[in-house]
Design a protein around this ligand. Sequence first.
Ligand code: AGP
Length: 612
Amino acid sequence: MCGIVAYIGKRQAYPILIKGLQRLEYRGYDSAGVALLNGDLHVYKKAGKVSDLQKFAEGQDVEGTIGIGHTRWATHGEPNDRNAHPHVSNSGNFALVHNGIIENYAALKEQLTNSGYTFKSDTDTEVLVNLIEEVKKQEDVSLEDAVRIALNEVVGAYAIVVIDRTNEDSLIVARKGSPLVLGIGDQEFFVASDASPIIEYTKNVVYLDDQEYAVVDRAGKFTIKTLGNIEITPFIQKLQMDLESIEKGGFEHFMLKEIYEQPRVIADAVRGRMSASEGWIKLGGVNEFANRINKAKRFIVTACGTSWHSGLIGEYLIETLARVPVEVEYASEFRYRNPIIHESDIILAISQSGETADTLAAIEVAKERQALVYGICNVIGSSIARVSHAGSYTHAGPEIGVASTKAFSTQVVILTLMALQIAQQKGTISNSYLRQVLYELENLPKKIEKTLELDAQIKVIAEQLKDAQNFLYLGRGYNFPVALEGALKLKEISYIHAEGYPAAEMKHGPIALIDEQMPVVVLATNESAYEKIVSNVQEVKARKGIVIAVVNEGDKQIKSMADYVIEIPQTEEILTPLLTVIPLQLLSYHIAVMRGANVDQPRNLAKSVTVE
Ligand code: AGP
């Protein structure tokens, strides 16, 4: 959560900071602020969006070729002007932006208060900037040393940038647990929480590692050290992403663009990893650890939110195809409940951002107990990708809408390939079945395109249902996790209460909710449980619920009972989630737009949850 950005060089910093903050706004949008050095320190901060900050700064002095910026997702203290970053030390000499949480901030605040410091905000960040000031004063050291010493006293997670009112020629950045990228230009540097604010200026970047800091200067020099004060040789990487991938490209919202990207990203996710005609699958990570993976007695999936839903699909896939038991755990619970983990277990850590704090902590628990951690991440070079023993990238490209769409689909694709590859190696599926599924996977982008053509019809359904107060989503087998995902999508962007249920569970409670006001989205594409779903639809209709059924093309029975029918192309049963999720994403999207909600930046949420 929170996005940070900084610049030092020959250009005016303010426009770079504002544009960067707009690109990072998906990480938090409670308040925003900048600090610029130009003879003196100028700080502008405002509750609300980056656009509110821009309005506030209009007509003010925003000159300067060095500056820092921040867009906030509140942890300590409510989202208001006072708590917005940057925070300035008591002397007015140091300004700091921070992404993360300082866990021991209360104790540090007490010490500083006893030494005479006062605080204007409720944040942990203001404590950190004053701690740096106090260390500098007490130890009589350089700012670099003061930052390093202060960070060694801090418990928690951070990515920070610090500037000094009396020195316009350098800035200091540091990270532990929160991401930070340093972009290297020609005698200029860009700093950001991810590469999106940097990409249009330079492709040369260094991803700082945990417990590392860098001092960068106007002359084009930078030094990276560990918090133990040991200099390290930087690893300069070339960014793979392009500018187009982080812009809306004619779509009204990033979410809609990302929904429409699914045919392409699914093709990208399988490219070079399988061949239907030759009957092979090759996930590098699975190959590398084939011995351990094939002997595993159990897989444990750990993830949060949408990634957890794809993990549930992974459970069905791996158990069905490879015949190995799978457990699916919320990372936030797993990490705290002293789970039983054996060395022979494989931990599948699934995360779009690769930065989710709970998932990272769950990985630590698993690594302590010697299990093999396999990361399935979208963001290249992210923390989870780096701490995993092995893994596969999903190659969905930047996902900017807070509601996950294409990340989900590509995670499911990787899990499908993984289950098939293990099954092939263990001999638990036949070669002919394997080829049949692989051919279908190759065809799937076309079928998704066909499903996307239903958009106009889904929009009409959304118009009819947009004022509902509650929604129920029902599915069986592979469609049960999709029902959960459909409900989450609707909740998070339209603020309508929604619940996903295994269709047969409905009679054990939720059926009491059904009346003529209740829309019930039924995923009814399963070949193996079709008759059972028919009965579930009848149960809903008998209680006057409004049925929106997602069925296979040509369906007759459910079509005759449902109030609204969405007919999608038929596919292999194990691949159904990749098609059934599409109308649910579109339905949520249109309902949210019609209700006037901010689809890409829903209230109270942020794209990557880097706090517990
Ligand atoms: C999905 O729409 C969510 N916004 C959220 O549930 C998300 O999937 C979750 O926070 C996990 O994020 P990750 O995949 O980046 O780890």
